[in-house]
Design a protein around this ligand. Sequence first.
Ligand code: HEM
Length: 193
Amino acid sequence: MANTFIPGYTYGQVPEAPFSMHDFELLKQTVMFTEKDAEYLRKAGEILHDQVNEILDLWYGFVGQHPHLLAYFAKDGKVDSSYLQAVRKRFGQWIHDLCEKPFDQDWLNYQYEIGLRHHATKKNLTDHAQAAPLIHYRYMVAFIYPITATIRAFLARKGHPAELVEQMHQAWFKAVVLTVVLWTYPYVKQGEF
Ligand code: HEM
């Protein structure tokens, strides 16, 4: 997946994020993210690599079972399945990126871009969709839980020791919290982020 062309996936080709690497460092310290976590994420990436489709089936199933979430992929009550499919490919790539890519300036810039794509600033633009105009802030934060809770079984599936599974799971949790904090930048009043 990492080498196939994904429409709308513009990693490395987006404007600079309005938050600095220094601010990001302080954020990492605040969620207790260390170099060890970066290593556990790499390991998680190896384990999750060939399970991405199954993970997406589960997450999409979760969204599909909740009309209030599915509504963000719909217009006038009608779900846009090509929008769902287009986003799914980038969602899969995100799993790889979260685990495998260094948290450098390119990574930081793409977090800003993904935040804009959930926010009214850029939602629907990438896929020329006409669905709901933004994802509401409250669900951005709330989604941290299902995205974290459900990944554990996939991390555990290949028979690694329970302690390592726990360390990878904690690293994933911290990385998702960091990600969602950065994504919510456009939702916060200027000067208050
Ligand atoms: C886009 C993950 C919250 C609906 C995406 C993308 C990813 C992602 C990776 C594609 C980014 C790209 O374009 O490269 C996540 C994660 C969330 C979260 C990790 C929170 C932990 C939500 C929630 C909803 C949602 C709560 C509501 C159903 C969407 C939609 C898009 C999208 C509609 C397409 C946005 C566009 O038009 O570009 N999400 N998401 N997401 N997500 Fe989320």
